[in-house]
Write a protein that binds this ligand. Structure first.
Ligand SMILES: [Zn+2]
Length: 322
């Protein structure tokens, strides 16, 4: 334990300045260049409602936003944290819904046209990363949600905090999926999607926006409630074909489903495999082992469920000691 602390302090003193610059890079309000101290001082959620620009290159799906898209975030208000805290950890749809609700208030999107967008224009695979960024803005005084790991190289036990950004105490630990090698040559950097010519027909696919995923999630929910079986194969693939949209009508869904059913076997097989390869978003956590210096990786599961993200677990203990 002592060793861990000592090593951590060494890392800190060497890279403090670097980390400050790093933070500044993607959390600079456009109006002015704030002093880092100013940001650090804002630990009380009620005083941190300024929107700060997010560097899109940091997002796991940054390369899928149209040129000129701007995303800003602010910390969460108390009522937003309260609303989130009742999330049902065992229900994926509820977790997604609560995260989307939080994003709807804490995210500010400007589209390339200059028009105001919303959280619906955010890529579905960036949701969790942005939630972590908002979390770190909300609890700047620290609220360490960490995962215990055993170093596979030297067997040291230590914990990796969940961090989308570095702070003076910890490095950035969230790790993104890399662009799948087999897909790189199909990436159209102008349109920000993958393009396939299948027997003369052009198919464009990319990770979907939250808006489209939200509509299909609700569709699944309604179908299940009415004891109807959702067309899982269609629901898996269609959001990737609607990558450039944030909404679709009920009739639109029906038309797309008919189109999907008419797809020939060859085309379906290719598109289905392409979607399987589109693993984007957060992959896990990584941190250098404080004892042997090797890079240790672990998966993204939360030790106490998604509800623990905005719970300051140590707060009652601190209050109790007063
Ligand atoms: Zn080690």
């Amino acid at each position: 334990m002592t060793i861990i602390y000592k090593n951590k302090n060494i890392i800190m003193s060497e890279t403090n300045k670097q980390q400050e610059d790093y933070l500044k890079k993607f959390m600079t309000p456009e109006s002015e260049q704030p002093e880092m101290k100013k940001v650090e001082k804002y630990h009380d959620p009620s005083t941190t409602l300024e929107f700060l620009s997010v560097d899109l290159d940091l997002l796991p799906l940054g390369e899928f936003y149209s040129q000129g898209t701007k995303i800003k975030i602010r910390s969460a208000k108390v009522n937003e944290v309260q609303n989130y805290s009742v999330v049902d950890d065992k229900n994926l749809l509820d977790v997604t819904e609560k995260m989307n609700q939080l994003l709807s208030g804490c995210v500010n999107v400007t589209l390339p046209s200059g028009q105001k967008g919303s959280y619906k224009d955010i890529k579905d695979g960036d949701r969790l990363f942005l939630i972590f960024m908002i979390r770190e803005l909300t609890f700047q005084k620290g609220n360490s949600l960490a995962k215990d790991v055993d170093c596979p190289y030297c067997s040291a036990e230590f914990s990796i905090p969940f961090r989308s950004t570095a702070n003076p105490e910890y490095p950035k630990t969230l790790e993104n999926h890399e662009m799948p090698e087999g897909l790189i040559k199909y990436y159209n950097s102008e349109l920000k999607c993958f393009e396939f010519n299948i027997n003369g027909a052009i198919y464009r696919l990319a990770p979907p926006n939250i808006g489209i995923q939200e509509i299909f999630y609700n569709d699944i929910k309604t179908k299940v409630q009415n004891k109807k079986t959702p067309n899982i194969s269609f629901l898996k693939i269609i959001p990737y074909l609607l990558w450039d949209r944030t909404t679709i009508t009920e009739d639109g869904i029906k038309a797309k489903e008919d189109e999907f059913k008419r797809m020939d076997m060859y085309t379906f097989q290719i598109i289905n495999q392409v979607v399987d390869k589109m693993l984007f978003g957060l992959k896990g956590l990584k941190m250098v082992c404080p004892e042997c210096g090797a890079e240790v990786h672990t998966d993204m599961t939360f030790p106490n469920g998604a509800s623990s993200l905005f719970v300051v677990s140590s707060i009652f203990d601190e209050f109790n000691k007063k």
